[in-house]
Design a protein around this ligand. Structure first.
Ligand SMILES: [Cu+2]
Length: 151
C-alpha cells in the first residue's frame, strides 16, 4: 500500500537536495536570475579632456554592445558636453537617443559639464546598432569629436 505516496516523498527529497546544491553554487543561481545575454551590460568610460595637448574625447572611438552605457567624465578644460549629429547616427535612432539622453539643452544635446569629475551617462539600451558620431559644442572647431560604434 501507499507506494505512490512513498515515491512522491522520494521525489520531494530529491528536489530538496537539488535545490540545496543550487543554493551552494551562488554564481550559478545568479546566472539563472538574469535574462539570457551574450554578456552582462557594461559601462564604457570616455574622458573629456582639454589641455596643452588639445581638446578631445578619449578614447575617440569606442565599440559597445547594445544595452551598454557610456559614461563621460570631465577631466580638464571645461565646459564640455555631448552632442550627436542627427544625420550621423543610425536611421530611426534620433527619437530613442533623445529619450536616452537626460538633462538635454537642445536636440540630442547634453548638458554642459563644468567641474572636474562631473559625469554624464547615456544608456544605449534599445538603440539600433550602427555608428553614432558626436561632438562637444564648445570645442567642435578645435576638433573635439568622436565616435561610438554600437554592435
Ligand atoms: Cu569640450
Amino acid at each position: 500500500m501507499n507506494t505512490k505516496l512513498g515515491r512522491r516523498r522520494i521525489a520531494a527529497v530529491a528536489a530538496l537536495v537539488t535545490f540545496a546544491a543550487g543554493v551552494g553554487a551562488t554564481t550559478q543561481a545568479d546566472a539563472t536570475a538574469v535574462p539570457p545575454r551574450s554578456a552582462a551590460p557594461k559601462t564604457v568610460e570616455v574622458q573629456m579632456i582639454g589641455d596643452a595637448s588639445g581638446y578631445k574625447f578619449s578614447p575617440a572611438k569606442i565599440s559597445i554592445a547594445k544595452g551598454d552605457k557610456v559614461k563621460f567624465t570631465l577631466v580638464s578644460g571645461p565646459p564640455h558636453n555631448v552632442v550627436f549629429w542627427e544625420d550621423s547616427i543610425p536611421k530611426g535612432a534620433a527619437a530613442k537617443l533623445g529619450k536616452a539622453m537626460t538633462k538635454t539643452v537642445g536636440p540630442l544635446t547634453g548638458p554642459f559639464l563644468l567641474n572636474t569629475g562631473d559625469t554624464y551617462e547615456i544608456s544605449f539600451t534599445g538603440l539600433p546598432a550602427g555608428t553614432y558620431k558626436y561632438y562637444c559644442a564648445p570645442h567642435l572647431a578645435l576638433g573635439m569629436h568622436a565616435v561610438i560604434e554600437v554592435k
